[in-house]
Design a protein around this ligand. Structure first.
Ligand SMILES: *[C@@H]1O[C@H](CO)[C@@H](O)[C@H](O)[C@H]1NC(C)=O
Length: 220
């Protein structure tokens, strides 16, 4: 009888632990980044704001990338696209769209690593597949996607989603599908702080606020 109770208790503890794990892993916030492949502001945002923030917040944020920015389709994509920083940017956008598509259900961390590689090296916009291969994707498949219509379809889809937001500035972010100018402005300077202001109770943010409060006490 005692034995049975102990086993039941262990089971209960195990179940509670599993439940709290799965609750902690549920992302609280969907962050979508609208950007373009050769844009210096997109590059610096992804490398200096997004990457460092996600090192702490990846458990709580679901990331989505839309590589299109201020491009536009010509004749519904039949005659290609026109991009803010020229034709090489269009190539970079379509390579990233194809690769993100082919990454399928791989983790946000892998998607971010891939996009950061493209933004840092500008490989895709130069027609190179360094980052594609580093992401363990097949460069043949990405090339086929770019050349054989699938890539155009993906870019038209990205154009559709970008048009819903109508970004005045690239990169633009939305949170849970909603654009807010104040969040946009703040996220360019301090994405980590901006996200934490929305989910202050998650451990990395609570730690951040404790640290700020401590500094305030020590240095005022
Ligand atoms: C956001 O920044 C823009 C440009 O710097 C500025 O004109 C605008 O007033 C700011 N808006 C808000 C809500 O902070």
């Amino acid at each position: 009888m005692v034995q049975f109770k102990l086993q039941f208790l262990m089971f209960l503890l195990f179940a509670i632990k599993q439940l709290s794990n799965s609750m902690a892993q549920k992302s609280l916030l969907a962050l979508t980044v609208y950007y373009e492949s050769k844009c210096p502001d997109s590059k610096s945002f992804i490398l200096k704001q997004l990457e460092p923030s996600m090192q702490h917040l990846s458990d709580y944020v679901q990331l989505k990338f839309v590589p299109f920015g201020k491009a536009r389709s010509i004749n519904y994509g039949d005659a290609g696209f026109e991009c803010q920083h020229g034709p090489s940017e269009c190539l970079g956008n379509i390579v990233q769209d194809c690769s993100l598509h082919l990454l399928g259900d791989r983790s946000d961390k892998e998607r971010l690593e891939y996009v950061a590689c493209e933004m840092y090296t500008e490989a895709g916009s130069q027609g190179r597949f360094d980052c594609v291969e580093r992401a363990m994707l097949s460069s043949t498949e990405v090339e086929q996607c770019v050349l054989q219509g699938k890539g155009t379809a993906l870019q038209l889809e990205s154009e559709y989603y970008t048009d819903l937001v109508k970004p005045k500035f690239v990169p633009t972010v939305t949170i849970n599908g909603i654009f807010n100018q104040e969040i946009q402005n703040n996220s360019q300077r301090d994405l980590f702080g901006t996200i934490c202001s929305l989910i202050p109770d998650v451990p990395p943010c609570a730690k951040h606020y404790n640290y700020l409060a401590l500094n305030h006490v020590l240095y005022v």
